[in-house]
Write a new protein. Structure first.
Length: 263
């Protein structure tokens, strides 16, 4: 988890598992945790702030939040402290330490994000925010309880799991319908398939092609490409949604992008 201290600004950024944006944290004064203090989540677009109270250990939580620009305010004994503005991105979780002064005013804060620096540099969060696809973070993978990639992806809308001689694999339902018409978000060429011809998507690992798209049984299954325990994040793009950086090999069957865990 990466730490961010004030006044640094955090960068902004349909699956079977849903990880909502959340904030957990503590409020302290110079000596001890502050109990029974009101903590307000102030979203710039909202009419009213969200409100919660600290417990005996000074802890508080906002378990389900929208992606937003926000401030946090602490209120106690008629005094009020407020942080600078921050952002919480899609599926991001923040841990916050707040320290109040003797009088009301600015609120000292330290934030830590669960976002991976290397995924940020790879553009994963930007694509998750702006593109039409299905995305899994490490938190979603862990909380799913699934033991393989095909199990994890089986509940994604538009995904079909098929049995092959070498195991199970993923195909997109749109890849078994006739007369596909890619829209202007894809450079993939047109392809016509029927229910007897399965089109298996390309698989990229850390941005490098590992398995090319194929009509008929692929040379390797998705579960053979990578163990779910080694995967930090996943991107799935159906035929008409594959972004340009993953269309170098004519991904007529869609693309699956895996990012390996590091450390």
């Amino acid at each position: 988890m990466r730490g961010l201290a004030l006044p640094a600004l955090l960068l902004p950024v349909a699956t079977g598992v849903c990880v909502a944006q959340s904030i957990t944290g503590t409020v302290r004064d110079a000596l001890a945790p502050v109990r029974n203090a009101a903590v307000l989540f102030n979203e710039t677009r909202a009419k009213k702030p969200l409100r919660t109270l600290t417990d005996s250990a000074g802890a508080f939580a906002f378990p389900r939040l929208p992606p937003a620009t926000f401030t946090l305010t602490v209120e106690q004994s008629g005094r009020q402290w407020t942080t600078l503005s921050y952002q919480i991105g899609l599926k991001e979780r923040l841990v916050v330490e707040l320290q109040i002064g003797a009088d009301g005013g600015p609120l000292a804060a330290r934030l830590e994000t669960d976002r991976s620096k290397y995924l940020e540099e790879a553009g994963f969060y930007q694509r998750m925010q702006t593109l039409h696809g299905s995305f899994f973070t490490r938190a979603e993978i862990q909380e799913s309880g699934r033991s393989s990639l095909t199990q994890l992806l089986s509940n994604v809308r538009g995904v079909r799991i098929v049995n092959l001689a070498g195991g199970k694999d993923v195909v997109f339902r749109s890849a078994v319908s006739a007369g596909l018409t890619p829209n202007d978000r894809s450079t993939a060429p047109r392809v016509a398939l029927d229910e007897t011809t399965l089109c298996h998507p390309s698989v990229y690992v850390n941005g490098t092609i590992t398995r090319r798209a194929s009509v008929g049984d692929p040379t390797t299954t998705l579960d053979d490409v990578e163990s779910i325990d080694n995967v930090e994040a996943i991107e799935l793009y159906q035929i008409t949604d594959v972004p340009p950086q993953f269309t170098r090999y004519n991904e007529t069957c869609g693309a699956i992008v895996l990012w390996r865990r590091r450390g």
